[in-house]
Design a protein around this ligand. Structure first.
Ligand SMILES: [Zn+2]
Length: 251
């Protein structure tokens, strides 16, 4: 990778940082972004700096253990969750972590985003689970991602925020935008007090479209993360089992 390409990556990280800040997905110095350039080299945002005001010289390079290789500032302590993703998901080239308010409110309320209400959300994101609460900067947060890492590209972090991944920086960022948008529409429909979900035969068509559209990344299938164990219908349970079998067959 030549110096021009490295400079481009650093500038792209600053650009996405500004978008995250301007879109109010973070406050003050919150959030972090990383990009994988090789199996043991990652560019990431520094700690203690607003992601809306970064310049390329602030971007840090770390190895797979989170040790700083290059840079004047220090990497975020939350880099651990990024590195965990890269370790377990070789297809992921970028990770974005932010605290988008509406999605985070669902994470605080412990309500997963799994209303089947928008074709784009179903097609590109799929239902979004809530990972168990973990103390920031400890291994508790990376560990909390583990149950969903192989099936999802977007995660809510309980009482904390959100994490999205992608095979490029822009894809990881778009997943964050889509997640917050999906959360907003879910919130509004719940405020209106009425929602009509997309019928299950239409859902199958949407999931099949992923192949036609060459959508990359992981999709959990039509699962329900909400804990409606008492009133979960037999049909929904059958759907979960069918999807789990289909996923197994697909691998
Ligand atoms: Zn955070």
């Amino acid at each position: 990778m030549n110096s021009q390409e490295i400079q481009q990556i650093k500038e792209s990280i600053c650009d996405i940082g500004r978008r995250i800040y301007m879109n109010h997905f973070v406050a003050a110095n919150d959030g972090n972004i990383s990009v994988k350039v090789s199996d043991n080299e990652f560019y990431c945002t520094p700690t203690g700096v607003s992601k809306g005001f970064m310049t390329p010289d602030m971007i840090i390079k770390v190895d797979g253990e989170g040790n700083k290789i290059e840079g004047n500032l220090n990497p975020s302590s939350e880099i651990k969750m990024h590195l965990r993703v890269y370790k377990e998901r070789p297809d992921v080239k970028s990770v974005v972590h932010a605290h988008p308010p509406v999605a985070t409110a669902f994470a605080v309320a412990n309500i997963p985003l799994d209303d089947y209400i928008l074709p784009e959300a179903i097609l590109f994101l799929g239902p979004v689970p809530i990972c168990d609460y973990g103390t920031p900067s400890t291994m508790e947060i990376p560990d909390s991602l583990a149950p969903y890492l192989q099936t999802n590209d977007a995660f809510l972090l309980k009482n904390h925020g959100a994490l999205t991944v992608g095979n490029s920086l822009i894809k990881a960022y778009f997943n964050m935008e889509s997640l917050e948008y999906y959360a907003k529409i879910t919130l509004l429909t719940r405020l209106i007090g009425k929602k009509e979900e997309i019928p299950s035969d239409q859902l199958d068509k949407l999931v099949k479209l992923r192949k036609n559209f060459h959508v990359e990344g992981k999709h959990p299938g039509m699962v329900r993360y909400s804990d409606h164990s008492e009133d979960r219908s037999k049909e929904a349970l059958a759907d979960r089992i069918t999807n789990a079998i289909l996923r197994e067959l697909d691998q």
